[in-house]
Design a protein around this ligand. Structure first.
Ligand code: BLA
Length: 302
């Protein structure tokens, strides 16, 4: 049945390829380090979807150097397939955040795959050089098969690196094959960077890393595009818990600043957070970095 080659066959393939990626990523991780179940895993083992055709799987671990490695997959037969896989280092390291997000319907797959920088690489050249200079060939490898997905929430871009794969494609078997290869490549790079990372001893720098991660968690906890769907699938209470207690665990413990402290442009007159995802609008029609990783995008929203 999955050999049909049409869009539906592709979707069935997508779900199993996300599972396969999670399985292989964990295996690759275990070859290098010792994974311990994260406390959030037990809490979110039993999320109950509203309908029994939906299957959610939530796994989370920690390891030396790794504060949180977690994976959520959602499978609704012939309908949606979701992968949300991320890895966060301990604040003693300034490692990028591994971020793999894919949302697949019979019509399309929406994908973000990146080593999200801890610091804004449009201004922090040292950080950019430290982690991304040697990785630019990855862009070349995938930019043709997984082309830039077009305009994007402008605010999201500051969390992306010059090697980000942001793409929307038809969910064919072949496209998912390419995506699988990219997922594997990017995760391997993250594991290698983690292996090589040297512990920071400067207290001020550790605090700064922790706050940078907290800012990222705060952004995604509030504005993640997956939230409306999760809410539909598991209800508002469970969705909120899953987002803050599992997907972006640390948002309530790694720092004390609020969303509006970090992103004051979202403040409404009454002091609450504007529900819009973007204040600026969408922009960046084309990939805003050149082949060397230099930022060439202008914020051309509107
Ligand atoms: C769409 N998901 C998107 C888009 C982005 C992302 C950029 C395009 C729309 C936009 O420009 O906002 C992903 N955005 C990210 C990521 C970061 C970010 C990873 O800022 C990190 C900093 N997507 C998921 C999960 C679900 C999901 C778990 O990762 C569902 C459970 C759904 N993503 C989803 C849907 C859309 C989408 C339904 C299209 C609809 C929309 O744009 O709201």
């Amino acid at each position: 049945m999955s050999g049909g080659g049409g869009a539906v066959g592709g979707v069935l393939g997508a779900g199993s390829s996300y599972q396969r990626f999670v399985h292989s990523a964990l295996e690759q991780t275990r070859l290098r380090t010792a994974l311990t179940p994260h406390p959030s895993q037990e809490k979110f083992n039993f999320i109950k979807p509203n309908d029994d055709t939906t299957v959610l799987k939530a796994l989370s671990f920690s390891a030396p150097k790794i504060r949180l490695l977690r994976s959520l997959t959602v499978e609704k037969k012939n309908s949606v397939q979701v992968l949300d896989f991320a890895a966060f280092s301990e604040p003693e390291y300034d490692l990028p955040i591994f971020c793999a997000n894919a949302f697949t319907t019979p019509a399309q797959s929406i994908v973000v795959l990146d080593l999200n920088p801890l610091y804004d690489i449009t201004v922090d050249n040292d950080y950019k050089d430290k982690y991304y200079r040697n990785l630019m060939p990855l862009v070349q490898k995938y930019s043709e098969l997984l082309p830039w997905g077009g305009k994007i929430t402008s605010e999201s871009l500051r969390f992306f690196s010059p090697i980000v794969i942001w793409t929307i494609f038809e969910p064919t078997e072949n496209n998912h094959h390419v995506l699988y290869s990219a997922l594997t490549d990017y995760y391997k790079v993250w594991l290698e960077l983690t292996d090589e990372a040297i512990e920071e001893n400067d207290r001020a720098k550790i605090v700064r890393n922790g706050e940078a991660q907290h800012r990222y968690l705060t952004w995604r906890n509030e504005k993640d595009p997956g939230y409306p769907l999760l809410k539909k699938l598991i209800g508002e209470t469970q969705a909120k818990d899953l987002v803050s207690g599992f997907l972006f665990e640390g948002v309530n413990s790694l720092g004390s600043k609020s969303f509006l402290d970090y992103f004051p442009e979202y403040a409404r007159d009454d002091g609450t957070v504007n529900k819009k995802r973007s204040m600026v609008g969408k922009s960046f029609e084309a990939r805003p970095w050149d082949a060397t990783g230099r930022f060439i995008g202008s914020d051309d929203a509107g």
